[in-house]
Ligand binder design. Structure first.
Ligand SMILES: Nc1ncnc2c1ncn2[C@@H]1O[C@H](COP(=O)(O)OP(=O)(O)OP(=O)(O)O)[C@@H](O)[C@H]1O
Ligand SMILES: [Mg+2]
Length: 466
């Protein structure tokens, strides 16, 4: 048997019309069910799950418009095509407003019937495919942007909303190494679908790495002869990225005059090459990143306010790893990187000791995920042990353990090889005492054998804790 092109439910009180339509459509390859419109019509339709319903507007004793409304409400993925006897535009407009895909006027032109049904089914398949692609691409986010923290979950939801809205400019802020580019690439993938996104351009440029004039000509392109070195004309990255995504890294470092030009491109959706007259239309999603506080830069007149507001309308802030609401991600990421590097470098290492994990959690990770990834890679490559212990960790982490008494050497602390400032040492002990005392200051003071008052003095005044 030939594969069905789709399921079509025909509803009309005229048996002759039903017979004629079903014969033609069956011959085309559709599966057909017919109904003259008795009771229980809607249940019958929905339970058969057709792709398309051809629905007579004038059924005896029933209003086709009401049936249409109920169908669109209860089974939005079924397309409805109305059959009308009068071809007043009014009825048709009303039906389309309620959600009908199209309408056909009696007497039918069978070619038109075939085309309208074909289009409805085609469109629905596309819609379903898109939904499906969206689902897979968001699960890609789970794979690329690991984490279990609340912050990660919030980011994921926001990323999905922004991608779905297909906005044309997005701002991603956050410290170095927090995963801004990972997020930008995921937005790109969600917007264009997993499969198609690899064929749609994703262009990244670092605004702080290039001198201003070069950045301008890279972004906007130039015409031949527009300056001494312009021997040929060249497309700018806005043109190269057309139809896709342009990632402007470290936008905070762009100089003000170029910011104006960028704003104009974002607002008018056209660019003009340097030395050129022509306005070139562009269809690009611009994702800007910054690890500077742009609002503060606006205050200091280092960043254009209008550009800031434009970008900030859709913005994401990626918190650093050390922040309480993201801290939970540290171990998830560390264990994941450990396992994957162990596999990649064919090393015996299986995990971290509890103490080593405590140190990973206690460290402030100024370089965030990138630093964590590099630290773990370094250990996997250098160590031939099964379990990573505190002494395998790099200096900046193992220094955190200096308060620990060395085994067998009672009452002595381990001085890290690189040395340590006494202030840091003291602050760390205070924090530890607090932690162990469940943040009860009296108990913490006891642990350090000092008075409550001097403990408070140390905490508040000297280290700005509290
Ligand atoms: N949540 C995460 N899960 C897995 N890997 C991550 C995650 N976040 C970041 N990474 C990895 O960390 C590294 C740094 O990420 P990325 O380049 O996205 O950071 P960034 O915020 O753009 O940094 P910079 O400001 O320095 O450009 C990359 O190797 C990336 O794959
Ligand atoms: Mg980056």
């Amino acid at each position: 048997m030939k594969k069905s092109l789709g399921r079509v439910y025909l509803v009309d009180d005229d048996e002759l019309i039903l017979a004629m339509l079903s014969r033609t459509l069956e011959r085309e390859g559709y599966e057909i069910r017919t109904e003259t419109g008795e009771n229980g019509l809607i249940d019958k339709i929905i339970s058969w799950r057709p792709d398309v319903v051809l629905l007579d507007i004038n059924l005896p004793g029933q209003n086709g418009m009401d049936i249409l409304k109920t169908l669109k409400n209860d089974a939005a993925d079924i397309e409805v095509i109305m059959l009308t006897a009068d071809d007043t535009a009014e009825t048709a407009v009303k039906a389309m407003k309620i959600g009908a895909w199209d309408y056909l006027t009696k007497p039918f032109n069978m070619e038109e019937v075939k085309i309208v049904i074909g289009n409805a089914i085609e469109n629905m398949k596309l819609k379903k495919e898109l939904d499906y692609l969206r689902k897979i691409s968001s699960s890609f986010f789970e794979k690329d942007f690991l984490g279990v923290s609340k912050a990660k979950q919030e980011l994921k939801e926001k990323v999905e909303r922004i991608a779905e809205a297909h906005v044309s400019s997005i701002l991603i802020t956050g410290e170095s190494g927090v995963g801004k580019e990972v997020i930008a690439r995921n937005i790109h993938r969600m917007m264009h679908g997993t499969e198609k996104s690899s064929t749609v351009p994703f262009i990244a440029i670092n605004c702080s790495a290039l001198p201003d004039t070069l950045l301008e000509s890279e972004l906007f392109g130039y015409e031949k002869g527009s300056f001494t070195d312009a021997k040929k004309s060249k497309k700018g990255l806005f043109e190269v990225a057309d139809g896709g995504t342009l990632l402007l890294d470290e936008l905070g470092d762009m100089k003000l005059s170029l910011q104006s030009k960028l704003l104009r491109a974002l607002e008018e959706r056209v660019v003009r090459r340097i030395g050129g007259q022509e306005e070139i239309p562009i269809d690009v999603t611009v994702i800007a990143t910054s690890n500077k506080d742009l609002a503060a830069a606006v205050e200091k007149s280092e960043f254009r306010m209008d550009l800031y507001y434009r970008l900030n309308a859709f913005s994401l802030n990626v918190p650093p790893l050390r922040e309480p609401k993201r801290k939970e991600d540290i171990l998830v990421l560390a264990r994941y990187f450990l396992a994957s590097f162990a596999k990649e470098y064919n090393k015996p290492v299986e995990g971290f000791s509890t103490e080593a994990e405590n140190l990973l959690m206690a460290y402030h990770w100024p370089g965030n995920v990138r630093e964590l990834k590099n630290v773990v890679r370094g250990m996997v490559v250098l160590q031939n042990t099964k379990v990573i212990m505190p002494e395998h960790l790099p200096m900046e982490l193992s220094a955190l353990a200096m308060h620990k008494k060395e085994e067998g050497q009672k009452d002595r602390f381990v001085l890290p090889e690189a040395g340590i400032s006494l202030d840091e040492f003291e602050k760390d002990l205070i924090l530890q005492a607090l932690e162990r005392a469940g943040h009860n200051k009296t108990k913490a003071a006891k642990l350090l054998n000092i008075s409550y008052d001097s403990f408070r003095y140390q905490m508040m005044k000297k280290f700005g804790l509290e």
